[in-house]
Design a protein around this ligand. Structure first.
Ligand code: NAD
Length: 238
């Protein structure tokens, strides 16, 4: 049944597409390429072990790009939704930190955060906003290499974040999926789990995706335009 009005329980799943209009390149677009490397060639533990300086140079490029970006209208509308909806969870595959910068608090970062580093020996995570780095690759006080605190291809997701995401997917009334290609697992399964648990699933994307096959609504268009319109509709303003 089509939900009428503002849902009482909402899970939002976002991907790189929500940040595209803030100027953060997605991985699938041409502008996501750096020195002709595909992200799959650099965002792996094997690549880091082979050449940590190269992987860090790529992250420095990405941190430089992202550091100059601001949240857009789609990020801001999710802050309004969080304020108005009693049970709200924002699950993101993005590592750019723009949801927190916009003001969302109930954020589950499935793939980590590019503004944090992790010691490869001790596992300690620290905020690290310095850019550019003075020394590449950076090292922990203990002498071991630091790595970006992000989930690389082939690595497992943080178990608590994954549990929180599946809990929200299983129990939400509405799931809103914004700007994800729906090909990176296990995040891609979340809308299906929500659907099987009885949620109304809405997707916003500039093109159809594998998720579109089973959504209740697919809204085609840029996230920064379509997300505020959806919120206006839920509020009965349009
Ligand atoms: P993706 O790059 O695979 O797909 C992006 C999706 O966004 C596509 O379906 C595309 O059609 C859609 N899109 C592009 N512009 C849009 C717009 N203006 N409005 C709405 N939709 C738009 O991204 P993904 O699905 O998030 O998965 C790739 C992985 O890449 C994730 O694991 C993520 O961690 C990582 N990543 C993150 C960032 C970031 O933090 N901003 C950027 C690039 C990649």
């Amino acid at each position: 049944m089509t939900p009428v009005g503002i849902p009482q329980s909402l899970a939002v799943l976002t991907g790189a597409g929500i940040s595209a209009e803030s100027g953060v390149p997605t991985f699938r677009g041409e502008e996501g390429l750096w020195r002709n490397f595909r992200p799959e060639e650099l965002a792996t533990l094997a690549a880091f072990r082979r050449d940590p300086a190269l992987v860090w140079e790529w992250y420095e490029w990405r941190r430089g790009l992202i550091g100059g970006c601001q949240p857009n209208a789609a990020h801001h509308i999710l802050v309004e939704m969080e304020r108005a909806i009693p049970r709200f969870t924002l699950i993101t595959q993005n590592v750019d930190g723009l949801h927190r910068l916009a003001g969302n608090r109930r954020v589950v970062e499935l793939h980590g955060n590019i503004w944090q580093v992790r010691c490869t020996r001790e596992g300690t995570v620290t905020e690290w906003r310095d850019h550019p780095l003075l020394k590449i690759p950076p090292r922990c006080k203990c002498g071991a290499l630091l790595r970006p605190n992000v989930v690389w291809f082939g690595e497992s997701l943080p178990p608590e974040a994954l549990q929180a995401a599946f809990d929200a997917a299983c129990s939400c009334q509405v799931m809103l999926v914004i700007g994800t290609s729906g090909v990176v697992e296990p995040a891609a399964s979340l809308p299906r789990v929500a659907k099987q648990s009885g949620a109304w699933v809405i997707e916003i994307n500039v093109e159809t995706t594998p998720i579109s096959r089973y959504t209740d609504e697919t809204i085609l268009g840029p996230a920064a335009i379509k997300s505020p319109r959806l919120w206006a509709r839920w509020q009965g303003l349009s």
